[in-house]
Design a protein around this ligand. Sequence first.
Ligand code: FER
Length: 280
Amino acid sequence: MNLHRYHDVNRRGTIERIFYTTKDQQGMETAKYANVYLPFGYSDQRRYPVLYLIHGGGGNPDAWLDCSMIKNALDTSFAEERCQPFITVFPGFYNHDPIRTGRVDEEAERGHVLFFQQELRKDLIPAVDQRYATEASRESRAIGGFSMGGVTTWFAFLENLDQFSVFMPLSGDCWQFGGLGGGKQTEKTARYLHDHTMEQDYGRDDFRILAGTGYEDIAFPNLTPQIEAMKEDTDLFVFSEKMEEGNLHYVVMEDAPHMYEKVYQHIYNYMPTLFRENHG
Ligand code: FER
């Protein structure tokens, strides 16, 4: 497994904000922003694939950038040509400042990330594709996230498979049947991920799932059984440890608790395989 080692780099991308509006759960028009990472040398004479990277519970569009070395991982990967440059969008899934006192309200959090699926397809993706030189196709769009952002990523697989082809759930399981459902309702969850995808006429060549967590991560006991159960449904999910093979991948890191500063390493590792075609 590659580990991202920080080093300074001169060819650095830029972060800017895109502003857009969406309707909140009460139907009120709401102003929002997302951070957008543009790779060094970004030019509207080319077209770029886009990764949407989602924060965890209680977070915001700045969380990944504030709490991890993701920007340096992107900068060094592009500078060293580990992969073709892509745009990364960091949105927020809340419509109002989250109030988190004490333990997590699983049902409320689940409601937010499920509701966010509509915003993604109706408001955010169109705004990004209009403003930037994107390839604007599901083949060139990936979504990933940490913790509740991983839960968001599984919901995107279920609700927005026509928008994305690559899914990178990190330290978060599928909450289709309620909080921590990947651990609590493992078989039912895996079955639904399978059946719902087949019903939409998508097959094993139409998507890739790049999952990850750490042995010490609180999400490990929820995500691991879900992935194990999905592995059984080989007509749709083809597990492989080789990145060139299969459509279901799962990496568990050593010494990695539930923290952005650990989890972003998965993104660094998956980066060369995120967008397969030779873009640009
Ligand atoms: C998990 C998925 C998400 C999990 C926790 C979360 C305990 C979210 C936690 C939070 O928002 O604080 O599997 O395992």
